[in-house]
Design a protein around this ligand. Structure first.
Ligand SMILES: C[S@@+](CC[C@H](N)C(=O)[O-])C[C@H]1O[C@@H](n2cnc3c(N)ncnc32)[C@H](O)[C@@H]1O
Length: 241
């Protein structure tokens, strides 16, 4: 082993030495430098690049699906907050969505490069006509998985940020209940380890199981987690509403 010989036992580099360090350049804020350093040293970022995914986020939905098995061939999927497209790529592969027969529809207010087999809308999902656009794009078919990775940029004011994310989850959940086929799945990004009590209660009435999960690729230092609700009861409330 030429390398280990050349380094010698005393010269072996530790993981710490191998870490790429980024110097704060003129005009670059410390936070941006830290972000850049984290990206350069993140194994999921390297894997995403190597495996052709648009984002490291792709691994979050991949890991959740590996564990909770919600995608099957031929299923229809809606991706809320889709940019830059990692979740859409994973879903399209998993359900076998093609340009000729697209089974995945995504929405984001940001620009996105096309994802083969995915119908994409550039629009804010909170706009009144957004849900109907997605329903029409599905050609009137029911949906099997509604997944939302949406999050607003944070304001730094915690109560405001909390209310904004809760609102996003609520409208995503209302949409899911409107479009899901019986047995369908709803996945949504949540924060601070929890979903509002009322919302969770409502979801529990409509889904067989609701759990919070933190996939391994979700950064440990982030308050992000995901709610996975499985087994949609077709709109019948368990309490008979
Ligand atoms: C974490 S990123 C999603 C990453 C994506 N799952 C992937 O794998 O590439 C969150 C996205 O949600 C989008 N978003 C947040 N609020 C939204 C809204 N109201 N309507 C549409 N998109 C929204 C943001 O623009 C952002 O692109």
């Amino acid at each position: 082993m030429a390398n280990s010989k050349a380094l010698g036992t005393g010269g072996r580099k530790s993981d710490k030495d191998l870490k790429i360090r980024v110097k704060t350049a003129k005009g670059r804020k410390v936070a941006s430098t830290k972000w850049l350093e984290r990206q350069l040293n993140d194994p999921y970022v390297a894997r995403a690049r190597a495996e052709g995914y648009r984002s490291r986020a792709a691994f979050k939905i991949k890991e959740m699906d590996e564990k909770h098995k919600f995608f099957k061939k031929g299923m229809r999927v809606v991706d809320l907050g889709a940019a830059p497209g990692g979740w859409s790529q994973v879903a399209a592969q998993a359900v076998g969505s093609t340009i000729a027969n697209p089974l995945v529809v995504g929405i984001d207010y940001l620009d996105m490069d096309p994802v083969p087999g995915v119908i994409l809308f550039k629009k804010d999902f909170t706009e009144d006509d957004a849900p109907q656009m997605l329903i029409e794009a599905m050609g009137g078919h029911g949906v099997d998985v509604v997944m939302s990775d949406m999050a607003w940029p944070t304001t730094g004011h915690r109560p405001t940020d909390h209310l904004r994310i809760v609102h996003l989850i609520e409208i995503a959940a209302e949409f899911a209940i409107q479009v899901l086929n019986p047995g369908g799945v709803f996945i949504a990004k949540v924060f601070q380890g929890g979903t509002e009590h009322e919302l969770l209660h409502m979801l529990k009435r409509h889904f067989k199981t609701t759990i919070h999960v933190k996939p391994p690729s979700s950064r440990k230092d982030s308050a992000e987690a995901y709610l996975v609700a499985k087994g949609f009861n077709g709109g019948r409330s368990a309490e008979g509403e």
